[in-house]
Design a protein around this ligand. Structure first.
Ligand SMILES: NC(=O)c1ccc[n+]([C@@H]2O[C@H](COP(=O)([O-])OP(=O)(O)OC[C@H]3O[C@@H](n4cnc5c(N)ncnc54)[C@H](OP(=O)(O)O)[C@@H]3O)[C@@H](O)[C@H]2O)c1
Length: 269
C-alpha cells in the first residue's frame, strides 16, 4: 500500500484537529508528516492534541514545514489571510492541495488555478466537506435548470468573521454555471437601500446572518408564482461531518490538474 504523506495547516484548530485525529486513528494509508500552527510552532501534534500516537512536528508557516518535510498532499485549514500564501508554497514545493479554508475570493482561486496548471498539480477547494452539502449543491443545480428565480441565505454564529460562507460562495458559483437568475426587479433598480438586497455573487443575491444561536446553515430558496422550494442544510456543533469528505479529497486530489471546486469533482454521484 502506498502511503500518502500529508502536511496539515491548521492542525490544532477546530476542523483541522478533528481531521488530524481521524488520520491518526482510522487512515493507515495516510501519514501526517508535518503540521502548521503559529501558537504551537516548535511543538509536536501528539502533545498538543493529546490522545493520539503520532510524531508530527509543528511549524509556524507552510514554507517552514515544507522545507524539511516533503509531502504529497498539503491540506489548508487555517484562515483566508494565510491560505493563499500557504497554497502557493505547497504548489511550488510540488504538492497537490486540498483547501478547506473558506473566504478565498474568486480572484484568489484564479491565481491558484494558474499556478497549479503551470506546476501540473491538482487543487481541490471544498467550501464544505459534508456529504449532505454535496447533495444540497446537486439538488439546487437541478432546481435552477427549471426555476429562474432564487436567492441564498447563509446563517452562522456571531463570531464568524468572513461572509458569505464558503458554502454560500460555492453554491452561488455553481448556480451561475447553470444559468443567471432572472429577478423581476433588477437589483440595481432597488428603491431605497440597495444593500438590503444582499451581495451579488455570480448573479445570485446572497444574505449572511451572523447571530448567536446559529452554528452554520445554508439555504437556497427558489420562487415561482404561488409556489416556493427551500433546500436547506444545517450542521451541528462538531467538526465530524467534515472528516470523511476531507479524507476522500486527500486520497483523490492527485487525479486532478488545476483547481476544481466541490467534493463532487472526485465523487461519483
Ligand atoms: N471546508 C469545510 O468543510 C470546512 C469545515 C469547517 C471549517 N472550515 C473553514 O476552515 C477554516 C478553519 O476553521 P476552524 O474553525 O478550524 O478555525 P480555528 O479553530 O480558528 O483553527 C484555525 C487553525 O489555523 C491555524 N492558523 C490560523 N492562522 C494561521 C496563520 N496565519 N498561519 C498558520 N496557522 C494559522 C490556527 O493555529 P494558530 O492560531 O496557532 O496559528 C489553527 O490551528 C475556516 O476558514 C473555516 O471556515 C471549512
Amino acid at each position: 500500500m502506498t502511503t500518502l504523506r500529508v502536511c496539515l495547516a491548521g492542525a490544532t484548530g477546530w476542523a483541522g484537529s478533528e481531521l488530524a485525529r481521524a488520520i491518526a486513528r482510522d487512515a493507515p494509508d495516510i501519514a501526517l508528516v508535518a503540521a502548521v500552527s503559529r501558537t504551537h510552532a516548535g511543538g509536536n501534534l501528539s502533545t498538543v492534541l493529546g490522545g493520539i500516537d503520532v510524531n508530527v512536528p509543528i511549524f509556524a508557516t507552510a514554507a517552514d514545514a515544507l522545507a524539511s518535510h516533503a509531502c504529497d498532499v498539503f491540506v489548508e485549514y487555517t484562515q483566508p489571510e494565510s491560505a493563499v500564501r500557504h497554497v502557493r508554497a505547497a504548489l511550488e514545493g510540488g504538492a497537490h492541495v486540498v483547501i478547506g479554508t473558506s473566504g478565498l475570493t474568486d480572484a484568489d482561486l484564479r491565481e491558484i488555478d494558474a499556478l497549479a496548471r503551470r506546476r501540473k498539480r491538482g487543487v481541490l477547494a471544498v467550501g464544505n466537506f459534508a456529504l449532505t452539502v454535496v447533495l444540497l449543491q446537486r439538488f439546487a443545480e437541478m432546481a435552477a435548470k427549471l426555476i429562474p428565480q432564487w436567492e441564498i441565505i447563509d446563517y452562522a454564529d456571531d463570531a464568524k468573521t468572513d461572509a458569505p460562507s464558503g458554502t454560500a460562495r460555492e453554491l452561488a458559483s455553481r448556480l451561475a454555471k447553470v444559468r443567471q437568475p432572472e429577478p423581476t426587479v433588477p437589483v440595481e433598480l432597488t428603491a431605497g437601500e440597495r444593500d438590503a438586497r444582499g451581495a451579488t455573487l455570480g448573479g445570485t443575491q446572497v444574505h449572511s446572518l451572523r447571530l448567536p444561536g446559529y452554528v452554520i446553515s445554508a439555504e437556497v430558496i427558489f420562487g415561482m408564482t404561488d409556489q416556493r422550494l427551500s433546500i436547506r442544510h444545517d450542521s451541528g456543533n462538531s467538526a465530524r461531518p467534515y472528516v470523511d469528505g476531507a479524507l476522500l479529497a486527500i486520497r483523490r486530489v492527485s487525479s486532478l490538474v488545476g483547481l476544481h471546486r466541490g467534493l463532487d469533482a472526485v465523487l461519483e454521484i
